[in-house]
Design a protein around this ligand. Structure first.
Ligand code: PEP
Ligand code: MG
Length: 589
């Protein structure tokens, strides 16, 4: 990623993952103090407390190694400089005075690990203070930074401090999890930028859901002096400007106005149908990350909720949501949509979207989480999780049309087993006298594993509907981690293998006469609209903020021409040629 110097301001590039422009005061999350609990521990707690500390050390080492890999993509001198700092931090985590001192304090002073870290840092500070040596004083800064990392990891601190930030702040961080991002209030936070993260990560999706301009994968973001003044995040272009000149600020303010004007123009399409020029009607639905997006979905004219990611119920808490709590959340959505269909997806936790409570309780740390106990696999193993969720969904189904969607389906037997659990849960609720609809809600499969796409004919015999998750489908087909900025340039929706799988799935659904929708990020990008419709898709579900622009594209399209162009594209094997054929078509109509 290149850096451009301009009279004191620093222009950095990364991946623009959520459109829009933020101009505001910088807040670097790593600089904030973490509130720490302090307590004494009993002798039998020493072992577990040491284990907690060791885990925090291991997590910190993992993070620093990741940062080192990222730093190696910087220009030579910057890479060397950052590499040295990160090496020093890594060394401090392997048997240094800090680590040994904390362990000793846990054992001898019988205090919790957080307090031991704090005390050891203070003790090191005192011994350094006596030395009056500028070099050593600088080394203490490293101890303090490593100590803060340990405290953040051991307390598993979500950035609660976000609540305290003044309006218009731009958050800069090493990394934000989807759960951290969910805590960013778009009324206070103007946007964010991070060192790590990929374009289709759930953090990026959450940013789009919140309408927060965001740039991720900015290697140099926290490499130089700590940004304290104004910073600009251009989520459309993937640019971050630190300490911009007044002229630059003025230029970006104008772009910001133009972006907002465009949004307002899309909003005017709200009441118009999503119909092509040759009168083919398309259904546009909304994806929901967070319940507070419901208003946005309705305002955007969504004809239903095509994908409700229920993970929000499990984030930023230390317990699991019960049946009643889930029922209330689902009922609010169903009632709010006033008769339009609501598609609730069962828990899709794992991969890059681990939730605190579950990781703790189920020991979900996996060597390769994207291929591990994720999504429907976890629900089928932890039956209680699934039963609770299905019971809440069945109860909510009394209030309006509701569909149940299963993530990461790879075999027919998974669908069958969930159907059995659904039937058993319905019987149990009826026995308890709980009101549920006579007819059970439709049960659908996410098609996001290449094997599921290839077996779409078999799955179509068992599923009531399909929803194609292009984010994971691309990740697994091309072996590209959707959350890794280093391979983000290879994440290509136009790869012929991906398009074949979308085509194959769509045709299998049409043959079996079951509905099929696309709900991955491809659905919300007008660049792909003509191609998806040309392949036979008639239902698209996307972030509410994308509905306007996709509707505008549909209204400018001729379906006969789009189908012809899709056929020509499917005859190609070169993804560059595919892109050219699609972009030429888009430029014409
Ligand atoms: C997908 O994989 O395309 C999808 C819609 O699901 P998620 O992004 O939540 O994994
Ligand atoms: Mg998915």
């Amino acid at each position: 990623m290149k850096t451009e110097e301009k009279r004191g301001e620093r222009v950095l590039s990364g991946l623009g993952v959520s459109a829009g422009i933020a101009v505001g005061m910088a807040h670097v999350t790593e600089q904030g103090d973490v509130p720490i609990p302090e307590y004494d521990i009993a002798p039998e707690q020493i072992g577990p407390e040491l284990a907690r500390f060791e885990e925090a050390v291991a997590v910190s080492i993992k993070q620093l190694r990741k940062l080192k890999t990222k730093a190696s993509s910087l220009p030579d001198s910057a890479a060397e400089e950052m590499g040295l700092i990160l090496d020093a931090h890594l060394a401090m985590l392997s048997g240094s005075r800090l680590v040994r001192g904390v362990a000793r304090r846990i054992e001898t002073e019988r205090i919790n690990a957080e307090r031991a870290i704090q005390r050891e840092i203070n003790a090191i500070r005192e011994s350094f203070a006596g030395m009056r040596d500028a070099y050593l004083a600088a080394r203490f800064d490293d101890v303090r930074v490593v100590g803060a990392r340990l405290l953040r990891n051991i307390t598993k601190t979500p950035y609660d401090a976000f609540k305290m930030l003044p309006e218009g702040t731009v958050v800069l961080a090493e990394e934000l999890t989807p759960a951290d991002t969910a805590l960013l209030d778009p009324n206070r936070i103007a946007g964010f930028a991070t060192v790590l993260g990929g374009a289709e990560s759930h953090t990026a999706i959450m940013a789009r859901a919140l309408g927060l301009p965001a740039v991720v994968g900015v290697a140099e973001l926290l490499g130089g002096p700590v940004p304290r003044g104004i910073v600009i995040v251009d989520g459309s272009a993937g640019t971050v400007v630190i300490d911009p000149t007044p002229a630059t600020i003025e230029r970006y303010r104008k772009r910001q106005e133009a972006f907002l004007d465009e949004r307002r123009a899309f909003a005017k399409l709200r009441k118009l149908p999503a119909t092509t020029r040759d009168s083919v009607e398309i259904t546009l639905e909304a994806n929901l990350e967070l319940p507070q997006e419901l208003g946005q979905a309705i305002n955007a004219g969504a004809q239903g909720l095509g994908l409700v990611r229920t993970e929000f119920l499990y984030m930023n808490r230390s317990d699991l949501p019960g049946e009643d709590e889930q029922y209330e959340a689902y009922r609010t959505l169903v009632v709010g949509m006033e008769g339009k269909p609501v598609t609730l997806r069962t828990l899709d936790i794992g991969g890059d979207k681990l939730a605190g409570a579950l990781v703790e309780q189920l020991g979900l740390e996996a060597a390769n989480p994207a291929l591990g106990l994720r999504a429907i696999r976890l629900s089928l193993k932890e039956r209680k999780l699934l039963e609770t969720q299905l019971a809440a969904m069945l109860r909510a189904a009394c209030h309006g049309p509701l569909r149940i969607l299963l993530p990461l389906i790879s075999t027919v037997s998974e669908l069958r087993r969930v159907r059995e659990v659904l039937a058993a849960t319905a019987r149990r609720l009826k026995r308890r006298g709980v009101r549920i609809p006579d007819k059970l809600p439709p049960l659908g499969a996410m098609i996001e594993v290449p094997g599921a796409a290839l077996a779409a004919d078999a799955l179509a015999g068992e599923a009531d509907f399909f929803s194609i998750g292009t984010n994971d489908l691309i990740q697994y087909t091309l072996a590209i981690d959707r959350g890794d900025e280093q391979v983000a340039h290879l994440f290509n929706p136009l790869h012929p293998a991906v398009l074949r799988l979308v085509q194959f799935t769509t045709e299998a659904a049409l043959r079996a006469r079951i509905p099929v929708c696309v709900c991955g990020e491809m659905a919300g990008d007008p660049r792909y609209t003509a191609l998806l419709l040309g392949l036979g898709i008639r239902d698209l579900s996307m972030a509410p903020t994308n509905i306007g622009r996709v509707k505008q594209r549909i209204r400018s399209l001729d379906m006969v021409a789009a189908t012809r162009r899709a056929r020509a594209i499917m005859d190609q094997w070169d993804d560059g040629r595919i892109a050219a054929l699609l972009d030429d078509f888009n430029a014409l109509a």
